[in-house]
Design a protein around this ligand. Structure first.
Ligand code: DGL
Length: 265
């Protein structure tokens, strides 16, 4: 049995909290640290170099805080920085948010799948590349949807504007004939209900749950020690603390814990 350690998760802002929530369901006993890089949000419109730089600093911060498992709770960072992070921190275990979802697509019976993602994620072509290695029979159509993250981060999730923008994207002719849709950005699971209203017969892939199940499976296979009968605490950090961010974290995810500011060198 190994010592109890911490799981570190990071994202540009609120999105990774969809992964944290799913992880809390399956591994409630494990202490966690969440870092939202609000100072540099959105990641999806940044260069790979910028995303790699932010990610390296965050992982170093999480490592110093005692995390030995890092969940890259951001598709843009998973795509742009995943490999560099693994090389740079060989003593840490990394779980990205792309591989578990790709593996579940490869095992399923999907014919044509739509992927909504940030510009960085779509530009990387990491989803189709990794999927084609596992299963060549699934057609994956990727659509950059850059307006969705700012809408969510600015609190427009439940507004008509969000619905209009989502409708605009989902009406893209390239998505004709898809049987399921992957929210290829950790902010997008918050759009599940709206998307299902627009695309009634299309299956929405529950990406955070798939990622959390993968972490749990690994955790169990490692016989990692859990703190019995006790919920592990989660600490919350941001690079720039604003009232609106904390309000949204509270109203959207029920997080009332206090957020600490940690600006990284
Ligand atoms: N939630 C992140 C992702 O999965 C980043 C979104 C953004 O900051 O653009 O890609």
């Amino acid at each position: 049995m190994k010592k109890v350690h911490k799981i570190g998760l990071f994202d540009s802002g609120l999105g990774g909290l969809t992964v944290l929530k799913a992880l809390e369901e399956v591994l409630p006993q494990v202490p966690k640290i969440y870092y939202g890089d609000t100072l540099h949000l959105p990641y999806g419109d940044k260069s790979d170099e910028a995303i790699i730089g932010y990610s390296l600093r965050i992982v170093e911060f999480l490592r110093q805080k005692g995390c030995d498992v890092i969940v890259i709770a951001c598709n843009s960072a998973s795509a742009a920085a995943g490999a560099v992070l693994e090389q740079s921190f060989p003593s840490l275990i990394f779980v990205n948010v792309i591989d578990p979802v790709v593996a579940s697509l490869a095992d399923g019976n999907e014919k044509k799948v739509g992927l909504l993602g940030t510009r960085a994620t779509v530009r990387s072509e990491e989803y189709p590349r990794r999927l084609s290695v596992l299963n060549n029979n699934v057609e994956l159509v990727s659509l950059p949807t850059p307006l969705l993250v700012p809408l969510i981060e600015d609190g427009f999730l439940r507004s008509g504007i969000a619905e209009q923008v989502l409708r605009h994207y989902l009406n893209s002719p390239s998505l004709n004939g898809i049987t399921s849709i992957v929210p290829g950005c950790t902010h997008y699971p918050l759009l599940k209900e709206l998307a299902q209203k627009v695309l009634k017969d299309v299956r929405w892939i529950d990406a955070p749950e798939i990622v959390a199940a993968q972490v749990k499976q690994w955790w169990d296979s490692e016989s990692r020690l859990n703190q019995p009968n006790k919920n592990g605490e989660t600490e919350f950090f941001v690079s720039d603390k604003t009232e609106s961010f904390m309000e949204l974290a509270q109203s959207t995810f029920g997080i009332s814990a206090s957020w600490e500011t940690a600006v990284l060198p």
